[in-house]
Design a binder for this molecule. Structure first.
Ligand code: HDL
Ligand code: ZN
Length: 448
């Protein structure tokens, strides 16, 4: 019985409809951004916003220091406005802003400022040529209150909620939480544990000073005291997950070749005896962000971190040893992406998320999203913004939405050619899952 093939012109018209349907669904579906460094207006200076913050984003600092004849010290001695002017001159006026971080500034300014008629969500976003005059943008945004700025950026980026990065060891942020600062329900918390898991001796000293009876050897009541610390901050923050950023040498269990055995064993014990039991009791995922090589060039400060290929086997060991725990994982090295995706096929408690940091570029987002769709279907979280400056939500989501739509359209096209025609409702259902639904389902609770 010959296989009945769909007439070519029928398939072609279906495919063009699909592309339009996918693009609209991806553009119009509000997103839950599962990892950012943003804060609500109540957190004062911790909420970075506006032109000078956009231009002095550490990605652009790294890029400008490649092309200016200026010492690191002299750059850091400049005011933020002077740094922004230097970056604008060097990366936008003297060269075309073709890097992803530069182009992101262009996308943001084109949308943010042209929308100064209090853009309502859903209006066609008008973008126009971006002026070379930086002061034009400074003036256009000058009068915006933090609240108005948040409202406008969330509407333009079509972002419903963002997950913050909250570190109880950060002396500035800690005070806002202890003071009981008003929260904005659009800003969800994530309890970040880097000091505990990456710099335990220093964290232990700080915990002792705060009155927790801990010992660097983990002896005595350390385990129960660190659990008490986590419980108190879970009660204070109501986080949606616990998180840590780890180096490329992270292995589990036990020591890696690159770090002292003692340090790795301590970390494995803190994960096994403190973090994972507490996460399980609260139904919280443990999010691991693996592969950052901290301070490769300290003179660049926040811009000085690099990347290293990590060991996916550590993730496999964690997922296998703790089937009752949920793990969100993103890795920084391109070379780890395919292995991580295959690992996610093996463990239902492993949720890969985002194209993190040095991977948040069109060429890599496309590659990673396509093989994630090919290997995982729609059961993953394609992107997070990692935004540090409020306004970045506009470009990070505009750029990623376009790429996610292209990758998804390609899969549907192949599906049609194979003989399965997705309906508009099915496409919208799939897109909702990718843009936030999978995250809320993985959390085990509906989106509020
Ligand atoms: O550890 C992290 O959460 C990283 O995202 C770092 O904050 C990094 O500096 C960054 O902002 N990457 O985009
Ligand atoms: Zn981050």
């Amino acid at each position: 019985m010959p296989v009945e093939r769909m007439p070519a012109e029928r398939a072609a018209s279906l495919i063009s409809d699909i592309s339009e349907t996918v693009t609209r669904a991806v553009e119009e579906t509000p997103v839950t951004d599962v990892h950012t460094h943003l804060y609500p207006p109540g957190f004062g200076s911790l909420l970075l916003r506006g032109v000078d913050e956009l231009l002095t984003y550490h990605y652009l600092v790294a890029e400008v220091m490649r092309v200016v004849d200026l010492s690191y010290d002299r750059f850091w001695a400049l005011s933020k406005r002077e740094q922004a002017n230097l970056i604008w001159q060097a990366l936008f006026l003297e060269r075309s802003p073709v890097s992803e971080a530069c182009r992101g500034v262009v996308t943001t300014l084109a949308r943010l400022v042209r929308s100064d008629h209090r853009q309502a969500a859903g209006d066609p976003v008008r973008t126009g040529p971006v002026s070379r005059d930086l002061d034009y943008y400074r003036a256009a945004l000058a009068g915006l209150s933090a609240q108005e700025h948040v409202d406008r950026v969330f509407a333009l980026a079509n972002v419903r909620r963002v997950v913050m990065t909250n570190d109880p060891f950060d002396p500035v942020e800690r005070e806002f939480w202890l003071a009981g600062t008003d929260r904005d329900p659009r800003f969800l918390a994530a309890l970040r544990l880097d000091p505990l898991l990456v710099a335990w001796p220093a964290a232990a000293s700080q915990l002792l000073a705060w009155g927790y009876k801990v010992e660097t050897s983990l002896g005595g009541r350390t385990v129960s005291e660190v659990r008490r610390f986590l419980e108190e901050w879970i009660a204070r923050l109501d986080p949606v997950y616990l998180a840590v950023s780890l180096g490329p040498d992270f292995v589990y269990p036990g020591a890696s070749t690159a770090e002292p055995a003692e340090e790795a064993v301590i970390r494995a014990r803190l994960i096994d005896e403190v973090v994972l039991p507490v996460a399980r009791e609260h139904g919280l995922p443990f999010a691991l962000m693996i592969g950052v090589k901290r301070q490769v060039n300290p003179a660049l400060r926040l811009a000085g971190d690099g990347v290293g290929r990590a060991c996916v086997e550590a993730v496999e060991h964690l997922c296998k040893a703790h089937p009752e725990n949920k793990f969100m994982v993103t890795m920084l090295s391109r070379e780890n992406q395919h292995e991580l995706t295959v690992a996610a096929r093996k463990f239902r408690n492993l949720m890969p998320f985002g194209c993190w940091w040095f991977l948040n570029n069109p060429s890599l987002i496309t590659e990673i999203t396509r093989f994630r769709l090919e290997l995982l279907g729609t059961s993953f979280i394609p992107q997070h913004s990692d935004a540090r400056v409020l306004d970045q939500l506009i470009y990070k989501w505009a750029h990623s939405r376009s790429l996610i739509a292209q990758a998804l359209t390609r899969q549907y096209e192949l599906l049609v050619e194979s003989g399965w025609v997705p309906t508009r409702e099915e496409i919208e259902r799939d897109v909702k899952a990718l843009m936030g639904g999978n995250f809320w389902t993985f959390l085990g609770r509906g989106e509020p």
